[in-house]
Design a protein around this ligand. Structure first.
Ligand SMILES: [Zn+2]
Length: 105
């Protein structure tokens, strides 16, 4: 399911750990709405970088978050955070610097 032009629900909920441990990582409708907002933001990041973005971790159910040792109040559990890579743009630090220096909210 497409959440925006370049991001799908599947890539924002995929998790190797969830697969390996058979953890349900299906988001609620409320979370899908948050992920849709997140995808719109990521479109802005993608446009800023001029490069494709790979999601390494998006939504995490509470069970999944606990399994991977995520922070107890992680925004990943609210559908409000994604860990990203954009290797054709640069290093993670360069990506952070580009976002920090931009007008993105
Ligand atoms: Zn994160």
């Amino acid at each position: 399911m497409n959440l925006s032009d370049h991001f799908t629900l599947e890539e924002l909920t995929a998790s190797q750990t969830a697969s390996r441990f058979n953890i349900d990582n299906t988001p609620s409708e409320e979370i899908v709405a948050e992920l849709t907002r997140l995808a719109a933001f990521l479109e802005g990041v993608r446009a800023l970088l001029g490069a494709p973005i790979t999601i390494s971790s998006g939504y995490r159910s509470l069970e999944l978050n606990a399994r991977i040792g995520g922070a107890s109040k992680s925004q990943h559990c609210e559908g409000q955070a994604a860990d990203i890579l954009a290797p054709s743009y640069g290093t993670p630090l360069q990506v952070c610097q580009a976002i920090q220096g931009s007008d993105l909210p």
